[in-house]
Design a protein around this ligand. Structure first.
Ligand code: CTP
Length: 400
């Protein structure tokens, strides 16, 4: 959602300026194009050069430093901006924004832009609680600007209090949410999508288990892509990856836990994507205490797990079911067999023996099989891009 978005970070003079540098890096990592404007006092904390290197763009500090004769720089920057993030936002800039004061590069650009604004106040607790600051924040909210709640914790003044700048990843998350809330024509809006991810864990005893090489990356990328297309996403995950934001995440371990979490939501689901590598078997018994060494060979008897996708295939009414087939050989034959056997609407197949595809990789190469349709080959790309292609193909088939 932040990919190629023009984000301007307006840095004002508080001790949290050093954290704004990390925020710029995180916006770049999320794919945004970033420019930075700083107030004179912000430059007392951190040199503009830091932000120039991180944003790979010249930093704006002076309204009258007109670098390009054909442009008025603060208007040019204001027009370029698609999302304005004011961070750390001091009581001073909050006061200026609330009361229409424009007297430096930051405040004039903020006055001139029509982009959504995300204000991240960070200051001393008493300054934050000052009735003037509080009244200004209420005013800014009334203008339709988004204001992040400051964190409570150890302040630079040496005591605990409210007023800390939230961590950069939380700010990127809030920015993402703001952009998503303003997006129009989201093709998966109001659609309920369940996505499973990761390799399930089947316990032998409290400290040992059977699992597989699946990292959960493909499932998590699918969940993020569906979220960015406006869907209500439930991610049922056995993966150790960080939980993506903006969706309902249900952590599970075993195949049976995964099945129960999915079936809870199945009736109201529009699309279900089984990207998880579900263990076909589980130990028939699970020891409730750590098993001790027996000084002889032992056997672990395995019993079959339910086939979640096949169960849904039998029970589906309107749901569009997507399965995965991770194969090392005869990909087409196995994929078509799974499509039929599990009564799925689509099977995404990949050859996990390939260098750039499959388990635990950041890239993938897949072939999409659907009943009575020619297979669709999606060339090697990042799992994030492959996820989008899978969703677009499904949307095309459902005629969304
Ligand atoms: N699947 C499932 N429940 C299982 C096993 C698999 O829902 N118990 C789903 C997977 O999430 C995937 C699809 O079925 O979307 C195919 O999984 P795979 O393990 O390749 O298929 P299996 O039927 O287990 O066949 P095999 O292991 O013999 O290849």
């Amino acid at each position: 959602m932040l990919e190629k978005k023009h984000v301007t970070v307006f840095v004002t003079g508080g001790i949290a300026v050093y954290k704004a540098a990390d925020l710029v890096r995180k916006f770049i990592k999320a794919g945004a194009e970033v420019r930075v404007a700083m107030t004179e006092s912000a430059t007392q904390f951190v040199q503009p050069l830091t932000f120039q290197i991180l944003s790979r763009n010249e930093v704006y500090t002076n309204t009258f430093d007109e670098k390009e004769p054909e442009n008025v720089s603060h208007i040019h920057l204001a027009d370029w901006t698609e999302l304005a993030v004011i961070v750390p936002a001091t009581a001073n800039i909050i006061g200026k924004m609330a009361n229409g004061i424009a007297d430096d590069m930051v405040s004039t650009t903020l006055m001139a832009t029509t982009a959504p604004r995300l204000i991240v106040p960070a200051m001393n607790q008493n300054m934050l609680e000052n009735p003037a600051t509080q009244a200004n924040l209420v005013k800014l909210e009334g203008y339709g600007y988004t204001i992040m709640e400051p964190d409570t914790g150890f302040l630079a003044e040496g005591y605990e209090g409210k007023g800390r700048m939230p961590e950069p990843e939380k700010i990127v998350e809030a920015a993402h949410q703001l952009v998503l809330s303003r997006a129009v024509d989201l093709p998966l809006e109001n659609k309920n999508i369940i996505i499973s991810a990761g390799g399930t864990i089947e316990r032998i005893d409290p400290v040992r288990y059977i699992t597989n090489d699946s990292s959960g990356k493909m499932g998590h990328r699918l969940a993020e892509a569906a979220r960015d297309l406006g869907a209500n996403v439930t991610l049922v995950t056995a993966s150790k990856l960080e939980h993506p934001f903006g969706m309902n995440v249900v952590p599970v371990q075993s195949a049976r836990e995964m099945q129960s979490a999915i079936m809870d939501k199945f009736e109201t689901a529009d699309i279900v994507i089984m990207a998880a590598a579900v263990s076909d078997y589980r130990p028939k018994t699970q020891a409730d205490k750590k098993m001790k060494k027996a000084h002889q060979d032992i056997q672990i008897l395995l019993e079959e797990n339910p086939d979640i996708l096949a169960t849904m295939g039998q029970q589906k009414t309107h749901q569009f079911l997507i399965g995965f087939a991770a194969e090392t050989n005869d990909v087409e034959m196995y994929a078509k067999d799974k499509l039929k056997r599990k009564n799925a609407d689509m099977v995404v197949a990949n050859d996990v023996s390939k260098e750039h595809a499959g388990f635990n990789k950041d890239t993938n190469e897949v072939i999409i099989y659907q009943p009575d349709q020619e297979p669709i080959h999606i060339n090697t790309n990042t799992k994030a891009e492959i996820a989008k292609e899978i969703l677009y193909t499904a949307m095309n088939s459902i005629k969304l």
